[in-house]
Write a protein that binds this ligand. Structure first.
Ligand code: ATP
Ligand code: LTN
Length: 338
């Protein structure tokens, strides 16, 4: 019997700063179960992170720490290709071709570009604007079917779909048109200080985010300080639009314990915010502690990480190289004789 061809999954996180609980619950954690069903590629997208100013030595460290974190979170390098974006040069090469298919107007409209241009007004570089085309290249290079990401990335995946469809229409069928995989519950974890904004790695306010390297005391302190609500219904632990802070904490509690939000509401009925926040802290700490110790152990084992990355890049390259030659041929570039 012919072996069934598995559909492909691709996703990535930038090695910018410290990975947050939002990145974990919204993205990385949802990747692990996919490994059983799909052919997965998980990438540390270091080229993307150059779109904002980086300290080179920190970028190198963050990149390797993130590789260790992927594994500590359950990415199995034997099942999935785990690699660093810059190790597979086809990403940048496909990006150039797709640049000739993407329109300036559509890149100008991207929410993340507009946000980051405001945040980094002194460095609105071409890479920042081109970021979504590089992301489209990451995805299309592997003929990816599914892209598991948080809600904030839907617009970028839609652009990748548009670019794929436009290229296919212009040059004949070449790319698989990818789809987003959005987790129902963790897709948007909010800032602890401003529950109308997402929890983001690059938030300068350390109290707004829980990072995967925070120690238990910091986690507890940040959760105790988390903004709750000053409505008439104060001190009632309830999930509702007019209680965005409490709702965010309920969501985090539910994701970390496996208890449904409704069950959690019952559990904390008649209890104060203090007690509730401590329970959320306990739940977060018990999820993060085993990941943290495993991440530390792996990050210290440089030889192991190198072997994983070498194997991951080779697997990725094998697919990337096929797609890129197909694309070069379709657009009319003369192949180099071997
Ligand atoms: P930055 O602040 O540097 O832009 P980020 O925290 O937004 O970083 P990314 O590297 O851009 O993180 O995102 C990695 C993945 O995590 C993406 O799939 C993204 O959708 C997801 N993600 C990021 N923040 C959250 C959040 N608060 N809730 C759920 N998912 C999130
Ligand atoms: N832009 C993404 C990171 C990213 C990505 C990708 C995610 C770069 N390339 C390809 C999925 C697929 C973000 O999370 N900010």
């Amino acid at each position: 019997m012919a072996e069934e061809v598995k559909k492909r999954v691709f996703s990535g996180v930038q090695p910018t700063g410290k990975v947050t609980l939002g990145n974990y619950l919204g993205a990385i954690r949802n990747w692990t179960p996919l490994q059983e069903q799909y052919e997965c590629l998980f990438c540390v997208v270091d080229l993307h992170s150059l779109t904002v100013t980086q300290v080179p030595a920190e970028l190198r460290k963050n990149t390797l720490d993130l590789v260790a974190l992927y594994i500590a979170c359950g990415i199995d390098p034997e099942k999935s290709a785990l690699f660093i974006q810059s190790h597979v040069h086809e990403h940048s090469e496909l990006c150039w071709i797709l640049d000739t298919v993407a329109y300036v107007g559509e890149l100008n409209r991207m929410t993340q570009f507009k946000d980051k241009s405001k945040k980094h007004a002194d460095n609105i570089n071409m890479g920042l604007m081109n970021y979504p085309v590089l992301m489209a290249s990451d995805i299309l290079l592997y003929q990816t079917q599914y892209v598991p990401v948080g809600k904030d990335q839907i617009q970028h995946v839609e652009l990748a779909r548009d670019i794929a469809q436009r290229f296919n229409a212009r040059y004949s069928d070449t790319f698989v048109v990818p789809e987003c995989l959005i987790s129902k519950t963790g897709s948007s974890i909010k800032s602890l200080q401003d529950p109308s904004a997402k929890m983001s790695k690059s938030d300068p306010n350390d109290n707004a985010i829980i990072t995967l390297t925070d120690d238990p005391d910091s986690i507890r302190r940040k959760l105790r300080r988390a903004v709750t609500d000053s409505d008439t219904d104060a001190h009632c632990v309830r999930y509702s639009a007019d209680k965005p802070g409490v709702s965010n904490l309920l969501n985090i509690y539910s994701l970390c314990t496996g208890t449904s939000v409704a069950e959690a509401e019952r559990l904390f009925e008649g209890k104060g915010y203090g007690q509730f926040k401590d329970a959320v802290a306990d739940a977060v700490i018990s999820v993060l502690q085993p990941i943290q110790s495993e991440q530390k152990r792996l990050a210290a084992d440089k030889a192991y990480l190198e072997s994983v990355l070498k194997q991951g890049a080779e697997r990725a390259e094998h697919i990337a190289c096929k797609t890129l030659s197909k694309v070069y041929r379709k657009v009319g570039l003369v192949p180099k004789s071997r």
